[in-house]
Design a protein around this ligand. Structure first.
Ligand code: CU
Length: 135
């Protein structure tokens, strides 16, 4: 240990700096995330009529959340975090079809029609979800 310290005297001066920089970067990232959600909260509180964006994550061969309540005019983003391609397909004239969402890809749709939209993945019919669009 003594030998190591003697041979590399700069290590002790240098390391805290690096850790500090890493910590600072981490804190800045966290602040950005917190700031972002605070902005979203403020927006939804001030303008409850304004359309919002919701995210449904696809991971582990499942949609999450399984059921989502939105208001007409809101946007839903499907984010595929799986290593497989998926679709989000709700049959019917007012339904939606993402077609293929590649691994790591996203697809979004704005839901204008009130109703109960049950959707599934066309490749994996056991993958199901539901979006309830309210006025
Ligand atoms: Cu699928």
């Amino acid at each position: 240990m003594k030998n190591l310290q003697k041979r590399r005297p700069g290590l002790h001066e240098c390391q805290p700096l690096r850790w500090g920089a890493t910590l600072l970067a981490f804190m800045m990232g966290a602040a950005t995330v917190v700031g972002g959600s605070a902005v979203n909260n403020a927006r939804s509180a001030d303008q409850s009529e304004a359309s919002q964006s919701h995210t449904i994550t696809i991971a582990g061969m499942a949609f999450s959340p399984l059921q989502l309540h939105v208001h007409a005019g809101d946007t839903v983003v499907f984010q595929n975090k799986d290593i497989f391609p998926h679709t989000a397909t709700a049959p019917g004239p007012q339904g939606f079809d993402s077609s293929v969402i590649k691994p790591g890809g996203t697809w979004s749709t704005t839901l204008k029609h009130v109703g109960d939209f049950r959707f599934a993945c066309q490749f994996h019919p056991e993958m199901k979800g539901e979006i309830v669009v309210e006025k």
